[in-house]
Design a protein around this ligand. Sequence first.
Ligand code: ADP
Ligand code: MG
Length: 288
Amino acid sequence: ATPIAMLATIGAAAKQGILIKGGKYLEALAKTSVLLIDKTGTLTHGQPAVSQVVVHAATNEAEVLCWAAAAEQDSEHPLAKAIVRAARDRSIDLPHVREFKALAGSGVQAVVEGQTVVVGHQRLLGEHPLQAQANALEQQGQTVIWVLREQQVLGLIACADRLRADVAPAIAQLRRLGIDTIEILTGDNRAVAANIAEQLGISYQAELLPADKLAIVRRYQAQGHHVVMIGDGVNDAPALAQAHVGIAMGVAGTAVALDAAHIALLRDDWSLIPQALALALRTMRIVK
Ligand code: ADP
Ligand code: MG
């Protein structure tokens, strides 16, 4: 049976917007030794904006945006939303799509006006005609999205996202509560990850696929660590489920992440994470 003190804490936490799906997660949270954090949508606002369009085989920027936005219109990824918003802002009419497919952690694919369009990470490409431009943009901390039609590179779309203001104080508090290992796990490129990691004074692993995030959780667990994973996306779900405690950023996050996680944050507020840990530590001191 769940001790009364734990039930009381779960109730109190719920009132603050921290939904804990069972007493055992409170117990596990109190033992945290490694904290792994997704980047896009979790550490950053997740509302990147298109900052630049580079034209290659397309005629102009609008054409690159048009094909990309058409393929992205059914995606719930923050980068997809940025691209669709940029197209709408320029009053570009989006053609119909068929056979939309999310390529987890890499991008999307769809058939637009009978042609296969792929939008996403460089790993989806065979050749890299715009390598120099892509590298330069990444060095500036931008996320570069490749737009391909029938395997031909139409152009690049660069997006920039900002670190949330409430993350740094929360990380400082988590350190005070005794968590030494805090690491970013991201599918984004190294330069972007390094930039965010440096601002927070934490480590990072970049260019990860959803399966890589899962493998990293397992590796820490095999070393005897108690792993907490925080994320918001479909790509985080396997790692959230595998972690001793998976925490989903609820309000802006995806339903898949909410479902996979053991704790859901119902308010968009990073201070809830050290709050949850402090509650867990206090409760387990009482229970023991
Ligand atoms: P994170 O781990 O930081 O949340 P994701 O795993 O969601 O990032 O995405 C990793 C990378 O895959 C992105 O940086 C981007 O290059 C690419 N990507 C994923 N989804 C999309 C999409 N819908 N449109 C374009 N690119 C995408
Ligand atoms: Mg994410």
